[in-house]
Design a protein around this ligand. Structure first.
Ligand code: HEM
Length: 406
């Protein structure tokens, strides 16, 4: 067994953590070949190697993050903790399987054709609203509204609530920053409380609605044969997923535009062949996922490839580092639209993998293709993008661009 060592530097507190993730990760891989190190700030282990992470992620002992460590400050017993108590991430087996299945019904139960059609209409409408403005912000004028409208329509609360949902979901990222003040954590609680109240208020009419909606699908899934009794209703699971759905999809879209506008030749290739939109989304998911990794914890002492993970220890599955592992991906820091390679670590693996990846991919690809159909050129108006505060969420904050209509 190789004991986890401390790295000779503290990458998590480096001021350039978000802006220079690639160099920091390359240094971890070079300094600590085994791919497990002790978290320099929290009592946890960090896993960075692709092969190890993909095995560990699927391991049946690796269940939810340990309870004690989920939230600190005002959010520990506030609305955020309450809302997240319904999220599949925080269930162990056997309840996890039931929660995961209900979450999958929410994210993809309407079917790929309906979701694609919904995304196309939302993107078209959003682009129409931008009219012939010569300068737009791709994050605030496009990525966030598209993701928020998509979720508002899917869950059936109505377009008029999309902007609020987007704002509230955005506040929930605060506990994922490496440093956050109690006052800021209070904003996350407030966001969670608002989401909880809105979805609860609408859920009675959603259940009674004649059109199928995701709250009904989740309720049906919770009552289906083989389900474990769960202390969650369909609408509570919907509320718990609002952050992932909006910030996940919007963050991917923002990060993808950021790559395409900065990587030489990428925009022109996409203009020539819009079918590359899917490759652009996947390569962004590898290099710049908006969620860098999440914690899990073994229910008993677990050994994988000679590394021991003691029961109850929190383990940060650093998916974004595994995606830049040179043992898995050649020239890992290069944005390569022709890349073929192993399955990305971005969404985890196995029975606990992300249920929203197909949805986020649909929204991302549709939104990029719609944008390419409307604008022939987009010129980034800042020299460096702002990644926001350092943390496990990493999404470009603003992308002002000068656009030229087709
Ligand atoms: C595109 C950006 C996204 C990224 C990078 C991402 C990443 C992740 C990761 C790393 C996990 C944990 C996997 C594990 O524990 O092994 C996860 C779980 C989850 N994600 Fe996502 N996600 C994204 C989008 C979404 C969306 C759009 C939704 C919902 C509509 C969603 C819903 C969930 C749920 C419910 C889980 C918990 C699954 C479970 O524990 O059974 N995610 N996601």
């Amino acid at each position: 067994m190789e004991p986890a060592k401390l790295l000779p530097f503290s990458p998590f507190t480096a001021p350039n953590f978000s802006s220079d993730l690639g160099s920091l990760v390359a240094a971890w891989h070079a300094e600590h070949g085994g791919g497990v190190f002790a978290h320099p700030v929290e009592p946890a282990l960090v896993v960075t190697r692709h092969a190890l992470l993909s095995k560990l992620s699927r391991h049946p002992n690796l269940q939810a993050q340990s309870n004690d460590d989920r939230a600190t400050g005002p959010s520990a017993d506030g609305a955020l903790a309450r809302v997240f108590s319904h999220h599949p991430l925080f269930h162990n087996q056997p309840q996890h399987k039931t929660a995961h299945r209900a979450a999958l019904a929410i994210a993809s139960g309407l079917g790929p054709a309906v979701l694609k059609d919904m995304a196309e209409q939302i993107c078209g409408r959003q682009l129409n609203q931008l009219g012939d403005k010569p300068i737009i912000d791709l994050v605030h004028d496009y990525a966030v509204p598209v993701a928020a409208l998509m979720w508002a329509q899917m869950v059936g609360v109505g377009d008029e609530y999309a902007a609020d949902l987007g704002k509230w979901a955005n506040a929930i990222r605060i506990p994922l920053w490496f440093q956050s003040a109690d006052e800021q954590l209070g904003q996350a609680d407030e966001g969670a409380a608002n989401i909880e109240a809105l979805i609860a208020e609408k859920s009675a009419s959603l259940r009674a609605a004649t059109d199928t909606n995701v709250v009904q699908l989740a309720d049906q899934s919770l009552q289906s044969p083989g389900s474990e009794p769960l202390d969650s209703t369909g609408s509570e699971i919907v509320a718990s997923m609002t952050f992932d759905a909006i910030d996940g999809s919007a963050g991917m879209l923002a990060n993808m535009f950021s790559h395409l506008l900065q990587e030489e030749g990428a925009w022109d290739r996409l203009r020539e062949d819009p079918n590359l939109a899917d490759a652009a989304w996947m390569e962004t998911a590898r290099l710049s996922p908006p969620i860098l990794g999440l914690f899990r914890s073994p229910t008993e002492d677990t050994e994988v490839d000679g590394h021991v993970f003691p029961a109850g220890t929190n383990v940060l599955m650093f998916n974004a580092a595994a995606n830049r592992d040179p043992l898995a991906f050649a020239e890992p820091d290069r944005f390569d639209l022709d890349r073929k390679g192993p399955v990305l670590a971005t969404f985890g693996y196995g029975p606990r993998a992300c249920v929203g990846r197909a949805l986020a991919r649909t929204v991302g690809v549709v939104a990029l293709r719609a944008f390419l159909g409307r604008y022939s050129a987009a010129e980034l108006l800042v020299d460096e993008v702002d990644w926001g505060p350092c943390g496990l969420v990493r999404a470009v904050q603003n992308l002002p661009v000068r656009v030229t209509a087709v």
